[in-house]
Design a protein. Structure first.
Length: 615
């Protein structure tokens, strides 16, 4: 393969990303105009009504305002750091008027948003608006960052970025170093081999971590060992939650982390490691704050003097920023967050990308443009990237950079093959179907269970109950209310069988999963109204497959919803979703679904047969 082939590959990917961008933008505009405020709130894309609270300049000298209230009772909420938002008002006759103030999320909690405003002048408009709301607006900045990164890679004629391009998607072989492998007695053999392969990689290495195999443990060990050779590394992931998780593990190992962007959870201990919090706790911050206050006071009365103070303030701000970066061993952010201005001009010897199998190629190139070598970690047999344009997805936009490298350079891949989560029976089908039977259950989990003689895997067939699926909407999918009621009944019966006191004493937790949002919403409604389950609600989580990615529970119940004579199963054909759902369970997996409908597909037929096998 020549350099021309890598360029053609990137141009094709850029074209698919443009299709996704145009589709996403058009769909967003359509949805914004047609969907009611109430439905937007329920979907976690809007908060209404909200009240305006404190306003102030934050440590980054941005003018921010706090708004509170108006959040959905559901668990879905899409207000995250950096997301673009817009304000609106709703008149008494339900007429919606958009307020043209570009804003973005600086901080998000269950009931409060801290929003960055373009200027202080905007505040009066918000304070005088009645029946005020805030909703997510179309995210131009993420697409812009991805297109800019692709253009940089396309235009690379030489240098390290050119070399990486030709290695990752061209025909150039990946280089390696040669030294005696290091021993890590606290890791298993496959984890130890993966760490050594990372240390020996000149260009690229991949850690393929199936469910429960200790991918994060391996990655953290590799990062710590790399830091014995390098002064600083960059760590990225597709989601804020994944960045938080690996950052927490590194902090627990005593590694100094600088988190660019805000964590996904308010009570997250990573909050104190964010750039903003570290900046305002710097010894020279009070001096800088005083200078900024002086600038604002002088700007209208003595512009020349204000500009002179501003120059000194910018110099001091630069000193503080460089001090924070020089003292950090790990710089952590999302893939798109790597486009943050704070990182402009910075380069890193090693880049670690977690959740790489869930990230589209363009997003990965954003931090790769700043790196000399890259280590991917993930599992391409679990959830793929979320693509909204069906044509773009079908044409290959969901085919990730990690997958391409796994296919073209299998020699750089390390498979972690010992899992520490599931009873062996729960693990076995996933191992056979997705991982060529290579996974092994660690001795400590092989026979784990809740009740003696309890089958770890069970499929409850609903075909004789005449449960009917109902189509709700494109965004929410389908619901099967009778099946939902059966799931809640089965959950109650299982808790009773185990013993309520034991469940509470041992904190046995439960996950109820459905591929369809409409079913999730209905199951949550049933849980809220079920008196028998009230004492156990804190131990029960109901969510979509995507919402359970990276999580695990003692008991998992899966509601498959589909029930029709034609055997239509829709996006249940995306088998990687089912792999995620099944492998969340530690000790008990219960599948609820219409066997007659589902087993017309080979995968579900095999799954049904396997669930009914008795050792």
């Amino acid at each position: 393969m020549s350099a021309n082939s890598s360029v053609l590959s990137l141009l094709r990917h850029r074209d698919l990303l443009m299709r996704e961008y145009e589709f996403d933008k058009k769909s967003f505009a359509t949805q914004s105009s047609l969907v009611s405020v109430e439905k937007k709130v329920a979907a976690g894309n809007c908060r209404f009504p909200v009240s305006v609270g404190r306003s102030y300049y934050n440590s980054l000298n941005q003018f921010v305002v706090e708004v509170s209230g108006g959040a959905s009772d559901e668990e879905d909420d899409h207000f995250e750091y950096g997301k673009a938002v817009e304000f609106f008002t709703v008149s008494m006759n339900h007429e919606i008027r958009t307020i043209k103030i570009a804003s973005q999320v600086s901080f998000s909690s269950e009931n409060t948003l801290v929003l960055v405003l373009p200027s202080r002048d905007c505040l009066s408009v918000l304070e005088t608006s009645e029946r005020l709301g805030v909703q997510l607006s179309f995210d131009e900045s993420s697409y812009r960052a991805m297109f800019d990164a692709l253009d940089r890679v396309l235009n690379a004629k030489n240098g390290r970025l050119f070399d990486l391009r030709e290695t990752l998607i061209g025909g150039r072989p990946a280089g390696t170093l040669s030294f005696s492998p290091l021993r890590f007695p606290w890791l298993n053999a496959s984890q130890e081999a993966a760490v050594n392969k990372i240390l020996m990689a000149k260009d690229v290495a991949i850690v393929h971590g199936p469910p429960g195999t200790g991918k994060t443990t391996t990655l953290v060990e590799a990062i710590c060992e790399t830091l014995r050779r390098e002064s600083q590394v960059m760590v990225c992931a597709q989601s804020n939650m994944a960045v938080d998780w690996i950052s927490e593990q590194l902090v627990d190992r005593g590694v100094s982390v600088l988190r660019i962007g805000n964590p996904s959870r308010v009570d997250d201990k990573m909050l104190s490691y964010t750039y903003e919090r570290l900046f305002e706790s710097h010894p020279q911050y009070d001096t800088l704050w005083g200078m900024r206050k002086t600038i604002r006071e002088l700007y209208r009365s003595n512009r020349d003097k204000a500009l002179a103070v501003k120059e000194k303030a910018e110099s001091l701000e630069y000193e503080i920023r460089e001090s924070l970066f020089s003292s950090a061993r790990v710089v952590a952010c999302t893939l798109v967050g790597a486009a943050n201005q704070l990182l402009y001009g910075r380069t890193f010897q090693s880049l670690f990308i977690d959740e790489a199998a869930q990230a589209i190629e363009a997003a990965c190139w954003i931090p790769i443009c700043k790196a000399h070598r890259v280590i991917f970690a993930g599992d391409h047999k679990q959830l793929p990237p979320t693509i909204k344009c069906f044509e773009a997805e079908r044409a290959g936009l969901s085919h990730t950079l990690m997958e391409q490298i796994v296919e073209s350079k299998p020699d750089v891949v390390s498979l972690l093959d010992v899992q520490y989560r599931m009873n062996e029976r729960i693990m076995r089908f996933s191992s056979e179907w997705f991982y060529e039977g290579k996974l092994k259950a660690a001795d400590c989990v092989r026979c784990r269970g809740i009740l003696d003689y309890e089958e770890p895997v069970e499929w409850v067939d609903t075909q004789n109950f005449s449960f009917d699926e109902e189509y709700v909407a494109v965004s929410a999918g389908r619901v099967n209310k009778m099946e939902g009621e059966l799931v809640i009944t089965l959950l109650s019966q299982f808790i009773e069988k185990v013993g309520g006191h034991r469940v509470l004493d041992e904190r046995i937790d439960f996950g109820v999963i459905s591929p369809y949002k409409a079913q999730v919403y209905y199951l949550r409604h049933l849980l809220r109204t079920c008196k028998a389950l009230k004492p156990f609600r804190s131990l029960i989580t109901i969510n979509t497959v995507d919402g359970f990615q990276g999580q695990e529970r003692d008991v998992v119940m899966i509601s498959l919803v589909r029930s029709n004579e034609e055997g239509e199963i829709g996006f249940l054909r995306e088998l990687r979703r089912m792999n995620v759902a099944m492998t969340r369970a530690r000790m008990k997996l219960m599948i609820v679904g219409n066997v007659a409908t589902l087993t017309k597909h080979k995968f579900y037929r095999k799954l049904w047969e396997w669930a009914n096998l008795r050792p």
